[in-house]
Design a protein around this ligand. Structure first.
Ligand code: SF4
Length: 174
């Protein structure tokens, strides 16, 4: 079978019928609709993401991305969407997407990262919880550094955590 002609077509990959789906990195990351980028490279799109670093002692709060989304099912610092433009209202977005009530504080760090055509600027803000946590440990949990190392997380989340540990606070808002 010619996989690229019959199953993994550029515009409509049939992942459910694909014989190599279990080993496919694009599917694991939820990027099957975006890869490969093709010979006509898509123009880079600047994206700004706001992330909330919520800490309790030596633990940090992480959330799991929904199945089927870009980077689906990976754990990350709570943040606004990759497909939105500009920094959004972080507390409102986290309430809607994860059921988290937070109060955002100062800007801690700025991280730059690229995913396919997106050129992402992540603004990491200190934040505090302003309400109870959702009870679903498969969606929201506190983790230590050792525990997060054992979770599936993206390289962007690695960068955010690294920058947050090295931060020189607070940064001035741009
Ligand atoms: S699982 Fe991977 S290789 Fe298979 S169709 Fe989907 S994107 Fe293509």
């Amino acid at each position: 079978m010619e996989l690229g002609a019959t199953v993994c077509t550029p515009t409509d990959p049939a992942c459910s019928a694909c014989p190599i789906a279990s080993a496919c990195e694009a599917r694991r990351l939820g990027l099957q609709a975006e890869l490969p980028e093709g010979t006509a490279r898509r123009k880079p799109v600047p994206v700004t993401v706001a992330a909330a670093l919520i800490q309790s002692g030596n633990r940090v709060l992480v959330v799991r991305r929904p199945d089927g989304a870009v980077l689906g099912r990976l754990w990350e610092i709570p943040q606004t969407a990759l497909d939105a433009e500009g920094t959004q209202d972080l507390p409102r977005v986290l309430a809607e997407s994860h059921g988290l009530a937070i109060v955002a504080g100062p800007l801690l760090a700025v991280v730059r990262h690229a995913i396919t055509f997106r050129r992402i600027r992540v603004e990491v803000y200190a934040a505090d919880l302003a309400g109870p946590l959702p009870l679903d440990a498969e969606r929201v949990r506190w983790v230590t550094s050792a525990e997060i190392a054992a979770l599936p997380i993206s390289s962007m989340t690695h960068k955010i955590l690294g920058a947050s540990r090295r931060r020189q606070l607070p940064l001035a808002l741009p």
